[in-house]
Design a protein around this ligand. Sequence first.
Ligand code: SF4
Length: 318
Amino acid sequence: MHDYVGEMNAPASTAATPSQRQRKPDWIRVKAPTSPGYAETRKLMRELNLHTVCEEAACPNIGECWTKKHATVMILGDTCTRACAFCNVKTGMPRPVDLLEPEHTAIAAAKMGLSHIVITSVDRDDLPDGGASQFVKVINALRRETPQTTIEIQTPDFRNKPESSVAAIVDARPDVYNHNLETVPRLYPTIRPGARYYASLRLLESVKRRDPSIFTKSGVMLGLGEERMEVHQVMDDMRSADIDFMTMGQYLQPTPKHAKVIDFVTPQAFDAYAQIARAKGFLQVASSPLTRSSYHAGDDFERMRAAREAQLARVKAG
Ligand code: SF4
């Protein structure tokens, strides 16, 4: 998976007392989710037995996104086989794959009238294909039930799985293939110990090589102790893997058991990173404290599509 985490919805049992928490700057504060749109989205997800990364990862944007009926569906259950230091999704032995999940996801997208849907998943190291075939089934069900909806997937790294796993997903032709690098390579051993930075980069490169028409996307969390030049290096690495879209957002500690926030990056610093990323040639960049890879994903997809068309037109015009 994933999207990065927040803390608003951290379960009561694991929520920290204010004294245990680092005080958040004003630019991080968000409103509690109370709108009718929020309640409807929640009801629909429960009825269809679907999980969302919005809830499981305790995303701070849930009030805004669910009010607009935009949710990121998390397939393959609610239990992850990895235990990343930043992520609020529970870890353990997952339940068997829900065979109705593809159809239910498509029904949810149709009922919500989504023009763009984001699908992510937990890591399923226990499955021979890492859960790739379920991604394919979900994409196929969405194409069948709601053909006008564009599809963005955020997948695990499929580490130690056959190459055919990723190939099968690419061949199902999602519009956007996202896999988050999450942080700079130096911090992988503590923040993302089950993953390998260069393996994740190679995955995104292989997607682009197999089908250049698919947009590729990746993101990092800031505030985990990374240095500015290390973030610039990640941008260069992403560009050399031909990644189209980069996201950057503030890491928030979901519970005291998770990695600490080392610093709160200012909105101005996020803007400066965005400028540098644009200069490095990404088609699309999203960078702000509350940016998450699925935040405003539909609007950003349209901008990215327009940017590619403009780029192609320039090439044609010579
Ligand atoms: S930003 Fe993404 S994960 Fe967060 S609430 Fe919005 S859709 Fe859900």
